[in-house]
Design a protein around this ligand. Structure first.
Ligand code: TYD
Length: 214
């Protein structure tokens, strides 16, 4: 049985995580791997209830309550979906994980980054991904992409430009602190260029060549 691998995608809203996660999934399936594609918030039935509150609740949610809600989603997600999949030897491709909490609730909502990280680590019993791809994009370009997509903004997307600047800075600091786990990519590059870089990093983690079978 192949060993499981856990890959997370991080970055600001509109940075292209979902596109890259989908391309990685197709490549891994072509290579014959079993893939579980998931996301936070959401990913489970309980998680989708939490998602509805954190993204769509009208009116204020206190910053600490928001942090706890994301952590609650994470606890259930890791325990019931991610860990069992990795134990089966699957590749888990996940849109957002605890780095998003440190960036959005820590830097964005101005809570203590260390406390937010510790809260998530407690929730997930210390689980950290093998590879985290950070798609870095300046907030002005990200906003243009979101505007072009013409979808209503959720609570976080609707935040001001300074909020998104702080989030971006926090993600880059996290990547600096853990260079072995993070792959930082310039998300303004062409989609296929980014996909090739992601495949190369994941192939390395799986111990296969990019053209070979994962
Ligand atoms: P989502 O619709 O998944 O956005 P995206 O396509 O940009 O990933 O919404 C997730 C939102 O939740 C996003 O704005 C970031 C935010 N978020 C946090 O604030 N903290 C967290 O821990 C996570 C996982 C997400």
């Amino acid at each position: 049985m192949p060993a499981g691998l856990w890959v997370t995608f991080e970055g600001g809203d509109g940075s292209g995580k979902t596109t890259q996660a989908a391309l990685l999934e197709s490549w891994l399936r072509e290579c014959g791997r079993t893939v579980v594609r998931t996301r936070e918030p959401g990913g489970t039935d309980v998680g989708n209830l939490v998602r509805d509150i954190v993204l769509h609740h009208r009116g204020e949610v206190a910053p600490r309550a928001e942090a706890l809600l994301y952590a609650a989603d994470r606890a259930h997600h890791v325990a019931t979906l991610v860990r069992p999949a990795l134990a089966r030897g699957d590749v888990v491709i996940q849109d957002r994980y605890l780095d998003s909490s440190v960036a959005y609730q820590g830097a964005g909502r101005v809570l203590d980054a260390g406390e937010i990280r510790d809260l998530s680590l407690w929730a997930a019993e210390g689980a950290l991904p093998d590879v985290t791809v950070l798609l870095d994009l300046d907030p002005a370009s990200a906003r243009r992409r979101l505007d072009a997509a013409d979808k209503p903004f959720d609570r976080l997307e609707a935040e001001k430009a300074e909020f998104h600047e702080r989030v971006r800075g926090a993600f880059l600091d996290l990547a600096d602190a853990e260079p072995d786990r993070f792959l930082v990519l310039d998300a303004s590059l062409p989609v296929e260029h980014l996909a090739a870089a992601v495949r190369a990093r994941v192939a390395l983690a799986l111990g296969v060549s990019v053209g070979g079978t994962a």
